[in-house]
Design a binder for this molecule. Sequence first.
Ligand code: GLA
Length: 392
Amino acid sequence: MDEYDYTARKDTVAQAFAERFGAAPALWARAPGRVDLMGSHTDYNLGYVMTATVDRDTWIAARPRADRQVRIGSLNVASSAAFSLDMIEHDDDAPWTNYVRGVAVALQEAGYALRGFDGLVHSTVPFSSGLSSSAAIEMAAAVVFAAVSGFDLDPVQMALIGQRAENHFVGVNSGILDQYSSALGQSGSALLLDCRTLTHRAVPLNPSLQMVICDTRAARNLTGTEYDERRAQCEHGVRLLQRAYPAIEALRDVSLEQLAAHCDALPEVVARRCRFIIEENRRVLDLARALPVGDRVRLAKLYADSYAGARDLYEIGAPSMAAMMDAMLAAPGVIGARQAGAGFGGCMIALVECEQVVAFSAAVERTYAAGTGIQPRVFPVTASDGAGLLAF
Ligand code: GLA
């Protein structure tokens, strides 16, 4: 199916919905995936991220029910589930439904009265690759629950509900980046997100630049201990730095000069983690100036520094990422390239000269496949609107 053909997609989903539930869907929710253009692991350090939605998204076609049952299936995954909103348990047989269950739990804990629905999911966001397919299904589920239950959900609140679902129900200790991006994304713009104030400013990409996702397709598991370990190391750094600077609450509050002055008080690995976060935060703010004007020299340097820091200081690289980085930097039209998402494999992002996207993609595919034996997925993306109902 053509990922971008809404009409064909709608027909396919509507037909499958009718076959499964014996009626037509009454509403359609949509939520996009996201890619971070700068700001790896800065979100849980209450810093900044330059994030953009992508035009790959998750849809849920739904029909309200009179009772408190949720029946949910997927066109991407064979498993499906039915559960009562009065007793929501983990599902190991259809683990993807835990995102929907977790959102229901978080909404009910926040005091929302929910109604059940029949729903069918269809997603064009690649799974487990760093483009936030989980946030996309969470945000789409939140939109459905709000619509069938008859309440309005402020998008920031919706993002927090999704993060709560992820942290407390699914069991991944992630920050706010993914859900915020999916809920508040804006078509045609990146967002400069402030993870402390949970506010953002739209930052337009210079029209001569194209975002291109380069998926290493190497295995990646976010629930692994590495992510939690990085978080813990940052928190450790903050606790030690607080002895000298009692006012700091997060690495967001620490300058490079302050870190340098007290580096000796930190274990070496903790100092490296802190340095990366502090420098990465600065790069986000620098990128906000370079993106709209398309300053090629600045973009190349910011991206190169971000990748080097992620690899050497934060150590979230992987051999597949190094191979992809080489392929991206050797390809025609590349302006800058770096990691995306949590790292440890998954997708990477390149900024590419618009008119060279086809040549760039072909070269990356060829070089990466020749070097690794893995066929990557390379595709341009455009920022799309945040989560909401589709007006069909
Ligand atoms: C994952 C998490 C986010 C964020 C990124 C790294 O995507 O879900 O909260 O921490 O990693 O920037």
